[in-house]
Design a protein around this ligand. Structure first.
Ligand code: HEC
Length: 146
């Protein structure tokens, strides 16, 4: 007996394999989405949403000895306020704004580190990265004002 797989052209076989991979990937995604769905009940209603994970300690651990640690910390913690199109609307000096960055450079790195560690105005202490070491925050500042 000739199975239908044997009479297929190579192109059709590849297409079929890709199709099966897509279907299995998609169903895996849907299943994991529902398994990780979490419900929180507030006073008046239950809110259902996919489970999220925030693991700052392991994030910071991975950065040890990484020459790009400053950039990674900036993207994870500082960009929400310091990016050109920041998602948090606060009057933070924006990265790549030459005037603002020149002003910061003039203050000197020691002063910038001090204000970063303690927070200033709308900026939380340590820029919100409480797990970051002082050295790592310094790397993030260098990346910001580079
Ligand atoms: C919630 C928003 C927010 C986050 C997150 C944030 N900043 Fe800021 N940052 C600000 C604001 C607002 C200012 C301006 C403060 C002022 O001058 O009143 C500022 C100022 C600064 C300054 C200048 C300080 C000075 O002496 O003038 C540095 C350096 C800085 N931030 C670094 C960082 C670093 C590094 C991170 C991430 C680890 C970070 N910030 C995360 C809001 C933020």
């Amino acid at each position: 007996m000739i199975s239908s797989f044997e009479i297929m052209t190579n192109r059709q076989k590849i297409f079929l394999i890709i199709l099966l991979l897509c279907i299995s990937g998609l169903s895996g995604f849907i299943i994991s989405y529902y398994l990780h769905k979490k419900t929180i009940t507030t006073d008046d209603k239950a809110i259902s949403f996919p489970q999220t994970y925030h693991t700052p300690i392991s994030f910071v651990k991975q950065l040890q000895g990484d020459p790009n640690a400053g950039e990674k910390i900036y993207k994870e913690y500082c960009a929400s306020c310091h990016a050109e199109e920041a998602i948090i609307d606060v009057p933070a000096p924006k990265i790549n704004d030459p005037k603002a960055m020149q002003k910061l450079r003039k203050k000197g790195i020691a002063k910038l580190l001090k204000t970063t560690l303690h927070g200033k105005g709308a900026m939380p202490a340590r820029g919100g990265c409480f797990e970051c070491s002082d050295q790592q925050l310094l790397q993030a500042i260098h990346y910001l004002i580079k």
